[in-house]
Ligand binder design. Sequence first.
Ligand SMILES: Nc1ncnc2c1ncn2[C@@H]1O[C@H](COP(=O)(O)OP(=O)(O)OP(=O)(O)O)[C@@H](O)[C@H]1O
Ligand SMILES: [Mg+2]
Length: 330
Amino acid sequence: MPAGSTNDPVLKLEDLCVFFTSKRFMEKAVVVKAVDGVSLEVGRGEVVALVGESGSGKTTMGRAAIGLTAPTSGKVTLVENDLEVDVGKAKGKTWKGLRKRLQIIFQDPFSSIDPNMRVYDSLKIPLQSQGVKDAGEVSRTIDDVMRRVGLPKELLDNYVFQLSGGQRQRIGIARVLLFNPALVVADEPVSMLDASLKGDIIHIIEKEAKERGTAFIFITHDMAVARVAAQRIAVLYLGKVAEIGPSDRVIENPYHPYTKALLQASPTIEPGMRDKTKEVNVRGDLAISTEHPPGCVFHPRCPLVMDRCKTDVPELKELEPGHWASCWLY
Ligand SMILES: Nc1ncnc2c1ncn2[C@@H]1O[C@H](COP(=O)(O)OP(=O)(O)OP(=O)(O)O)[C@@H](O)[C@H]1O
Ligand SMILES: [Mg+2]
């Protein structure tokens, strides 16, 4: 099987590229390769984590996966009941249908829901706008999603501003579950929450994946969170997949120097695990530049750089079953 593929895929990204051109007055246009040739499948009921530093292209990839950002090239396909929909090209009725099937949860539950609304209305309005008008059905669906996100029905009468951060994030999730989506992009859903609440949110996602077969793309910069939340981890660097594989293997036996650097910089990974990555002392600060060097994009910061890395682009290689890295060391 090719890199990034899986059995029973719900969503397929094939050689996906998303480039942005920024042009300031009198300046040369700069092309930012936010996503640069990524192939990845997400299976039914699977949670795949995208990890990487700020600017590595996680959000852009997530948005392209649900059709909110058009690919520059490559393809995004939703697979359901043996029907394939080209997400990047969907228009009209197909596009409207996709909006229910492909959903996104944001990092900040405070900015995505009107605080002056009653909780009940914050769930009723999106349902009605999708054509669910029957009062009985509206109230049954709302009760059902409240149960699934572990909130008591009594909260429905409260105003959104009265909720805690954790409760708001649960409502944020409830709002996307209203439509029983095929795939949900969760963009840093726990980054703003206390450690004790992170696990609760991850558990809700896990349960939805297991019980309903919902697929998730879980975006995080925290390796420890990725490990708990996802079955597979894809490590992104400057829009490319540096390494991808089963979560435990990527963390216990990382191959790519960039993955090792991320683990080493991760305060939430056990120190014993971090010690194994000691040889990797990454050059430069961890802020990503938008310049794409020739050869391996990571070579200017790689402590193990070789001549070849400066000119030749490494392909992903399978180093253990289902565990791939793109690095000339292997
Ligand atoms: N609409 C846009 N126009 C121009 N450039 C963009 C746009 N959206 C993203 N970019 C650029 O694309 C690159 C990837 O950005 P993206 O937001 O996908 O990264 P990210 O991994 O989600 O980062 P963060 O962890 O900070 O959320 C960055 O260099 C960013 O500046
Ligand atoms: Mg982002």
